[in-house]
Design a binder for this molecule. Structure first.
Ligand code: FES
Ligand SMILES: [Fe+2]
Length: 358
């Protein structure tokens, strides 16, 4: 059988995303990884991850060197990854250390599994998708207040049938909150919203000038004393959004979303819900009451993202922008520039005021 050839259009995402591969992407939550091999896809690249007895995490291309079976369906013995098909075993460096069917004395294959740099940070396992030698120069994104005293946080892991750009835009989009999240997050009232939108070298920052805004459950759990709310949204290249709501000086609610591109139109999102409600007991109450609420709201976004994803798959992209979509255009300009390999003129820093109604 001849080797498979690939045209530019069918190249794996990792080989046609320009500079976007030169980042750390979340592969899984740290707590979901043990000695059992875990299969994940990032940028069309199939990966297998496992944790050895010393707690170290290893990550390889999910493809046995023998007859190319997926190693993620195998198992780990003595810290070696064993293929489920004929039992070839690979050590933590990806070297083949055992071929069960080989005549004694036969030299082991020299070829090694393709390895990916891996790190554990803030309760997440991160994989570097660029050339491994570039990894030390890049830091994974730090999740805000992770493990800090006085703060509580939890992760949600969600699959979206849409690309990273549309997902991050959705997470920062305010106008959809009165339709998609009607009665759950914000309800339409024709209120004027003023915001400053700023594009820097590698981020988009939105500051809302609307102290009397409210978000669902805010009065009940987040802001019982009705302090003025300060709301800022940030996008960080290439795939992170951070939405902050501060209520006075003691209460905050932060939603940080890490978007991992699995394929062209599937994104696995790790959402950190981080909060401080002004006391240990209130934090405990928040930890109890917030998950069902945040899950419901995310599920509403999953549905609208799948809807848009279907339409984009059918007809491609042809957007009409309103004033409120300036932040979308800024995000697209940064991601498009990186996808094209960073050779074109870089989008210049810019700041503008916008007005819209919700
Ligand atoms: S395919 Fe993996 S051992 Fe044969
Ligand atoms: Fe939403």
């Amino acid at each position: 059988m001849a080797p498979m050839t690939t045209s530019a259009a069918t190249l794996p995402l990792r080989d046609r995303c320009g500079l976007l591969r030169d980042y750390w992407y979340v592969a899984c939550r740290a707590e979901s990884l043990g000695p059992k091999p875990l299969g994940r896809v990032i940028m069309d690249e199939a990966l297998v991850l496992y944790r050895d007895r010393a707690g170290q995490v290893h990550c390889f291309r999910d493809r046995c060197l023998h007859r190319n079976a997926e190693l993620s369906e195998g198992f780990v013995r003595d810290d070696c990854l064993v293929c489920p098909y004929h039992g070839w075993a690979y050590d933590a460096e990806g070297r083949c250390v055992r071929v069960p069917s080989a005549r004694p004395g036969t030299p082991l294959p020299k070829k090694e599994l393709t390895r990916f740099p891996v790190r554990e940070q803030d309760g997440l396992v991160w994989v570097f998708m660029g050339e491994p030698e570039r990894a030390p120069a890049v830091e994974p994104f730090h999740m805000p207040h992770h493990g800090e005293a006085g703060w509580k946080s939890y992760y949600m892991e969600t699959l979206f049938e849409n690309d990273v750009t549309n997902c991050v835009e959705n997470f920062m989009d305010v106008p959809h909150t009165v339709t998609v999240h009607k009665d759950w997050f914000r309800t339409e009232s024709g209120k004027e919203v003023r915001a400053t939108v700023e594009r820097t070298e590698d981020s988009v920052l939105v500051t809302y000038h609307q102290e009397r805004d409210e978000i669902g459950l805010s009065t009940l759990i987040l802001n019982p004393t009705r302090e003025p709310m300060v709301h800022t949204d940030k996008f960080y290249m290439p795939n992170v959004t951070r939405v902050d709501y501060d209520f006075g000086s003691k209460r905050s609610f932060i939603i940080t979303s890490q978007c991992t591109p699995e394929t062209e139109r599937r994104t696995r999102v790790y959402t950190a819900i981080t909060f401080r409600l002004g006391g240990r007991l209130l934090n405990k109450l928040g930890r109890l009451l917030l998950p069902p609420y945040t899950r419901k709201v995310i599920h509403q976004d999953v549905e609208i993202m799948a809807n848009q994803g279907r339409s984009l798959s059918r007809y491609g992209e042809e957007f009409l922008n309103s004033e409120a979509d300036l932040l979308h255009r800024y995000i697209e300009s940064l991601r498009d520039w990186a996808t094209q390999g960073g050779t074109a003129k870089k989008p210049a820093p810019q700041k503008q005021e916008i007005v819209f109604y919700v």
